[in-house]
Design a protein around this ligand. Structure first.
Ligand SMILES: [Fe+2]
Ligand SMILES: [Fe+2]
Length: 253
């Protein structure tokens, strides 16, 4: 069946895949999961993105603004698609719950820039958003709220990374996708902004970043290390950020 890409104007965010051998005319077909993602984006993306953008327009925090939330969502989609490609049956309800959790997870940083506690603020803002807009909440909304609240909780995250949960559970998808946005050139810049805001010590910055960076990459491998394409791409980005901070460390010694 030929499925037409989403008409929501989010074509750049919709992953489409060619089904080998079935489209001699080069027509792009979308597989089942891409189609489900497109439907979910059509329903939620603009609403959540605009809300997030509005909240971050009130503060100066480029590292965690609405574009961070959008990138995290893009990584989440990659994980869902790769999980499906290795035969894992992704629960569509989890995709819908994930987009909501992702677009709210750091909105609490507009109220506090503290590492611990911004999740609680984000949770409050998410509940408020659904209440004020009279929106129907997805089934088991508490799971969404809990993921938002606990994404900054180190102890809770250790459960996520211990592989005890389903691979498409909201907390793992949110935390790992969030971690992936710490890599690359932009990741290097994001670290500098938030770490210097929290502790204005340039001398210890490289050491602090490298420690955190290594932990994120290790966690990513523990949960999704078998997603070969994703690992290959993300390893390059992780190494790039690490190299940058290692060089910086030498320069400021
Ligand atoms: Fe956060
Ligand atoms: Fe984040």
């Amino acid at each position: 069946m030929l499925l037409v890409p989403s008409s929501s104007g989010l074509g750049h965010l919709v992953f489409s895949q060619r089904i080998r051998g079935s489209n001699p005319l080069g027509i792009t077909y979308m597989n089942k999961i891409s189609s489900a993602i497109a439907d979910i984006e059509k329903k939620w993306f603009n609403l959540l993105y605009e809300y997030c953008k509005k909240e971050f327009s009130k503060v100066n925090l480029a590292s965690h603004d609405h574009t961070h939330h959008r990138r995290v969502w893009i990584y989440a989609k990659q994980i869902f698609i790769e999980l499906e490609s290795i035969g894992y049956k992704v629960n569509v309800n989890n995709i819908e719950k994930s987009i909501i959790a992702i677009f709210f997870h750091d909105v609490g940083l507009t109220r506090t820039i503290n590492e611990i506690g911004h999740g609680v603020e984000s949770r409050k803002l998410c509940s408020q958003f659904f209440r004020q807009n009279l929106l129907k909440t997805p089934e088991d909304f508490e799971e969404v709220l809990k993921a938002i609240e606990k994404h900054d909780d180190k102890e809770y995250k250790s459960i996520v990374y211990s592989k005890k949960l389903n691979r498409d559970n909201i907390m793992s998808i949110l935390c790992v996708s969030d971690d992936l946005d710490a890599f690359g050139e932009l990741g290097a810049l994001r670290y500098a902004e938030i770490y210097l805001l929290r502790d204005n010590n340039l001398k210890t910055l490289p050491e602090r970043v490298i420690k955190n960076l290594d932990k994120r990459f290790k966690n990513f491998l523990a949960v999704y290390g078998d997603l070969k394409n994703l690992v290959k791409e993300q390893k390059k980005r992780y190494l790039l950020t690490k190299e940058f901070y290692k060089n910086l460390q030498k320069e400021i010694e």
